[in-house]
Design a protein around this ligand. Structure first.
Ligand code: BMP
Length: 224
């Protein structure tokens, strides 16, 4: 079995040596507004230059020209970019789709969020917009795994990323059991006294969970 895939949310800086050890254990790194405001684009670029996947989590939700301008200001930092699906396609995500395709940046659309106040009556619209825009991936909440299943049913073969593991209460591996490809973890790792050990523990726990749920699926399939 492949090791469970983790995207490290680095919302607070980590030392280059810790980051290098985490790189060897992670699927990719997510950088966003807090880190970019603290360090600036060029310093962040230096920190993550060895990472194969750098996901810029700008949570873009604006008109077309502002979003395109933001991509330009990121100056080649990102291999993928997260935007809100809810802003819609015309006059917004259509231009972002074009520019990300031209620059070979993956576009991930956020269709549901992990915090308690998010209203999932918005999910239908988010999924509809995502169908129109055709992103490379979707972001949905590890904290509500049934939503992950709905996203998976709508997009059987797209990448699904699930934030909320650790500090927000989702347990490692749960969202993957419900259809996510990659789980996102931040504070639990970067605020730990030993981030590398904590990342290893998270991945080990996810692996055990996946073995359990894949075993359960296989038993169910045999029973049908
Ligand atoms: P943490 O594991 O520290 O809770 O971090 C989760 C990360 O995922 C943060 O960077 C947050 O901005 C992001 N995120 C989230 O928590 N919920 C969402 O619905 C979407 C996100 O991108």
């Amino acid at each position: 079995m492949l090791r469970p895939k983790y995207l490290l949310a680095m919302d607070s800086p980590l030392s280059p040596s810790t980051l290098e050890k985490l790189r060897q254990r992670s699927w990719g790194i997510k950088v966003g507004v807090p880190l970019l405001l603290r360090l600036g684009v060029q310093q962040v670029k230096g920190l993550v230059r060895d990472w194969e996947r750098v996901v810029c989590d700008m949570k873009l939700a604006d008109i077309d020209s502002t979003m395109v301008n933001t991509v330009d200001a990121l100056d080649g930092l990102c291999s993928a970019l997260i935007a809100h699906a809810l802003v819609g396609k015309r006059g917004a995500l259509d231009a972002l789709r074009d520019v990300t395709r031209n620059l070979n940046i993956s576009l991930y659309l956020l269709v549901s969020m992990s915090h308690p106040g998010w209203d999932d009556s918005l999910l239908g619209r988010g999924l509809l917009v995502a169908k129109e825009v055709d992103p490379e991936g979707l972001v949905g909440p590890a904290t509500r795994p049934l939503i992950i299943t709905r996203i998976r049913e709508t997009f059987p073969s797209k990448l699904i990323l699930a934030p909320g593991v650790g500090a927000q209460g989702a347990s490692p591996g749960q969202a993957m059991c419900f259809g996510a490809d990659v789980e996102i973890v931040g504070r639990k790792v970067y605020s730990s006294p030993d981030p590398v050990k904590t990342m290893e523990e998270v991945i080990d726990e996810a692996e055990r969970k996946l073995m359990e749920c894949e075993g359960a699926t296989a038993r169910r399939d045999r029973a049908e």
